[in-house]
Design a protein. Structure first.
Length: 296
């Protein structure tokens, strides 16, 4: 499979053709899953095998075709877990009724709304209070899982995934698949020079400080957990459970059916962590990065 990282390594002058503000992101993608970002050092527990295995660290950047896909896969199940409404339907009906009638009373008293002659508003208001109001608050078509799946394709996707890159030739020209919406969504191919491809890719890199999803109101970032917990407590609803951090081995097993704890050589014994090596620094130039081991 051809990758964006492969193109960056084939074009050592890429920093001269893209905006300076994108250098950090592209440098991380170039070094993703390489020794430059550090690694976990494992060894097979079977003395007869004694295979040494290195698991290189990812860049974890949201624009990386590899790490961005992982971020999307982690975000989707997290959001699908909140399937219930914050306001249950039986609570919404009296709240909306009271809010509507309160503001309607104010508008009548201020002559903003005129009632028909001989209308007793107090009596009419009591009758309206006794009526059952129908609040239109249906679940989205297809359910929340489909909505989250749809949103993830736009909020947590990269500019182009590696599987859409069909070929990178000897002249570093990139051929990739794209969907032509002007021609009935037909899948076509386009070939660009490596430099032009990188220029177009960097147009999708967000400037520092920008985010794809920003929450407001009760879901604003400032003291959000405390605020939502207070609302749930007032409504006598159970608090949201604390997020559970799933180990990488479990994630890989559930996503790909692959047991990463098994030795890749003998396929029988388990791998044991020997040490973790982190980069001492992460410069944006091509100088080698020194790394120091940390015993497990």
């Amino acid at each position: 499979m051809f990758t964006l990282q492969q193109l960056l390594k084939a074009l050592p002058h890429w920093r001269t053709v893209v905006p300076p503000g994108t250098h950090k992101v592209l440098s991380l993608i170039e070094r993703c899953h390489t020794a430059a970002l550090g690694y976990h050092h494992y060894q097979c527990t079977d003395p007869a095998c004694a295979h040494v295995h290195y698991l290189y660290h990812s860049c974890r950047n949201r624009h990386c075709p590899h790490c961005g896909a992982d971020d999307s896969n982690q975000w989707k199940p997290l959001k699908k877990g909140f399937g219930d409404f914050l306001f249950p339907y039986p609570v919404m009906e009296p709240l909306f009724k009271g809010y509507f009638l309160e503001h309607l009373s104010r508008m009548i008293s201020q002559a903003m709304v005129k009632l028909p002659q001989n209308t007793d508003w107090k009596k009419l208001k009591n009758l309206l209070h006794e009526k059952r109001w129908i609040i239109h608050a249906k679940k989205p078509f297809g359910g929340p899982a489909q909505i989250v799946e749809y949103l993830a394709r736009y909020t947590h996707k990269t500019a182009i995934s590696n599987h859409r890159i069909k070929n990178i030739d000897e002249q570093n020209r990139v051929t990739f698949f794209y969907k032509d919406y002007a021609d009935n969504r037909k899948v076509k191919t386009m070939t660009l020079s490596g430099e032009e491809f990188l220029k177009r890719f960097t147009q999708h890199i967000l400037p520092r400080g920008f985010v794809r999803i920003r929450h407001y109101g009760i879901l604003g970032n400032n003291k959000r957990k405390k605020r939502v917990a207070a609302i749930l407590e007032k409504m006598n609803l159970p608090l949201h459970p604390a997020p559970v951090k799933t180990p990488l081995a479990i994630k890989l097993l559930s996503m790909y059916g692959k047991d990463s704890t098994l030795c890749p050589k003998c396929g029988k014994a388990k791998l044991v962590l020997v040490s973790v090596c982190y980069p001492v620094s992460t410069p944006l130039n091509n100088n080698p990065i020194r790394a120091g081991p940390i015993a497990a």
